[in-house]
Design a protein around this ligand. Structure first.
Ligand code: ADP
Length: 542
């Protein structure tokens, strides 16, 4: 027997529609690429995204067509997300930090018909123009005065484009399974693969992500997504902020400590989210200038492991609660969040920190399991590590164009490529990526743990641990460090610092200091490159 409630499709357009009607006065603040602060409201954003919708339709863009966006977090980029997706086309976020060949590959693979871009990115596309023949035109997010000189063909000025249309437009009632947006994995191994979000997955993810124990977003929240809209669906913020009527602060392209600090304070931001490297820059700025964070209540850290020293600095020194989050492009992207349960409140702070360093509890909607190499489930004892597998309404079922073939196990779980343990509270602790795992004497050593411990030393700015061939143990850990500015720390001092903080047999066999470490386009350590760099390295222990 079926129930008798209305079967209304879950559509991304309903999010902006809701914000426009019920939070029409709420602000969206942007640091423009030109510098000045721009302010408008959800009423303006809704109206302008409908104008864009009509303009795109007039250009011949139809349901299912892919439209790329190559832009920083600004109000125009936000409108573009809604204008494109709202008409049933697919917003394809492009990461400007990708290598030119990768960018060309994904624009072409996704067969983008148009690319909407910031004026600063014209040069990047000029360089790959001959490799992206599906693109019929380039819409530049600028008004006439800021239009750049470019050799790109069929260039359209965004403000002129939307000014030619009124906002008299009703968002169509699409099938909720219709593709809403796409994002490619960064392709650290092989070509990037496309993940195609549905309208349904975006709305359900936004609902769950907004919950108090996840991002905790509401109409009294002022949220600043420093994480770019082009990184893994922008962590869903551009969806759940309008869903909850939150004020949004969009930082544009400036992510240095001083710029971020200025917006946090002047706009009274109380919730913000980004990868650890951004927070390192902010913490350094605060320290060097003897500043504090009077308005910020919570900072969400994810994308890479949040070091203990960072969590402690935010919480103990600045009174800002840290939410450690885990997710990935293939999950829309949030999978777990470390909001403590009431039962943990009485715990000793150092024990709480141990928990906060884990990647959080599973959230509603993302079922988790850990398995051994043969696919058998492993216990949730907080120690046994295995392949982290996920299943749920916002988990990928297959990659775009079927790349990679069948990607789910027989129970419908997707292998995240991460290695983790899960404790009896349901907290996930990542120990490695499967391809980065260090196997020593048949046991796994967690590179994430070692890296976190090393960066706990104030003279270490960044650390990476890779497995190096060892004739007796197969592999042993090599610690590669970048010293903090003006620091002089050497091998013995860092090893002494780590002694007692990690299991004895995990201790690195050697330490090397470098000027910088290789990173991916999403700011993660590029271990593959590092392993290539240290190929043939001979440890002093054999
Ligand atoms: P990329 O394209 O760079 O792989 P993703 O955002 O999809 O971008 O990366 C997801 C991966 O990032 C996860 O599978 C995991 O390995 C890593 N990751 C995400 N959050 C965390 C975290 N809090 N701690 C450690 N690693 C994380």
């Amino acid at each position: 027997m079926f129930g008798q409630m209305q079967d209304v499709p879950l559509l991304v357009s309903s999010l902006i529609d809701y914000a426009e009607k019920f939070h029409s006065e709420q602000e969206i603040v942007t640091r423009t690429l030109q510098g000045p602060i721009h302010r408008y409201t959800y009423a303006d954003a809704g109206r302008r995204s409908r104008q864009l919708a009509k303009a795109l339709i007039a250009l011949g863009v139809g349901e299912g067509d892919r439209v790329g966006t190559l832009a920083w977090n600004t109000y125009r980029h936000f409108e573009a997300w809604y204008g494109i997706t709202g008409i049933g086309a697919v917003t394809h976020t492009l990461n400007p930090r990708l290598f030119a060949e990768q960018l060309a590959y994904i624009i072409h693979h996704a067969e983008n018909r148009f690319v909407i871009l910031d004026p600063t990115f014209t040069g990047m596309l000029e360089g790959i123009l001959d490799q992206i023949p599906t693109v019929e035109g380039f819409i530049i997010l600028a008004d006439r005065a800021d239009m750049p000189a470019t050799s790109l063909p069929n260039v359209i000025c965004y403000e002129d484009l939307i000014a030619a249309h009124d906002a008299d437009y009703q968002w169509p009632q699409l099938d909720e399974r219709a593709a809403a947006a796409m994002c490619y994995t960064s392709g650290t191994t092989g070509n990037p693969k496309g993940v195609l979000y549905t309208n349904r997955s975006c709305v359900l993810h936004a609902l769950s992500a907004a919950l108090p124990d996840v991002m905790g977003c509401g109409s009294r929240t002022t949220i600043m997504p420093v994480v770019p809209l082009f990184h893994a669906n922008g962590w869903g913020i551009a969806h759940f902020a309008p869903m909850t009527g939150a004020k949004m602060v969009l930082p544009g392209k400036e992510m240095d400590g001083a710029s971020i600090y200025q917006l946090l304070n002047e706009e009274k931001v109380n919730l913000t989210a980004a990868v650890p490297t951004v927070w390192l820059m902010l913490l350094r700025h605060l320290q060097e200038n003897d500043l504090d964070l009077p308005y910020l209540e919570r900072v969400v850290i994810g994308g890479s492991a949040a070091p203990r020293s960072m969590i402690e600095a935010f919480e103990a020194k600045y009174g800002v609660t840290v939410g450690h989050i885990w997710g990935m492009t293939e999950i829309n992207p949030i999978g777990s969040m470390g909001t403590p349960k009431a039962s943990m409140e009485g715990m000793d702070y150092q024990d709480q920190l141990d928990l906060k360093m884990k990647q959080g509890r599973g959230m509603w909607g993302v079922d988790l399991k850990i398995t051994d190499d043969d696919g058998n489930r492993l216990p949730w004892d907080g120690e046994t590590a295995g392949h982290l597998m996920v299943r749920g309404p916002w988990v990928v079922s297959e990659y775009y164009k079927g790349e990679g073939g069948q990607i789910l196990d027989e129970e419908g779980f997707f292998d995240t490529g991460d290695i983790a343990n899960i404790d009896s509270y349901g907290y996930v602790q990542l120990t490695d990526r499967a391809k980065d795992v260090i196997k020593s004497g048949g046991e796994w050593i967690s590179s994430i743990d070692l890296e976190n411990t090393a960066v706990g030393h104030p003279e270490i700015a960044e650390a990476a641990v890779i497995g190096i061939y060892h004739p007796k143990w197969d592999e042993r850990p090599l610690l590669v460090c970048v010293r903090a500015k003006d620091a002089t720390i050497g091998k013995d001092a860092i090893l002494e610092f780590m002694t007692g903080k990690v299991a004895k047999w995990w201790m690195p066999d050697d330490v090397v200091f470098v000027e910088e470490l290789p990173h991916t386009a999403t700011g993660k350590l590029q271990k593959l490159k590092l392993r290539e760099q240290f190929k043939g390295y001979k440890l002093p222990t054999y």
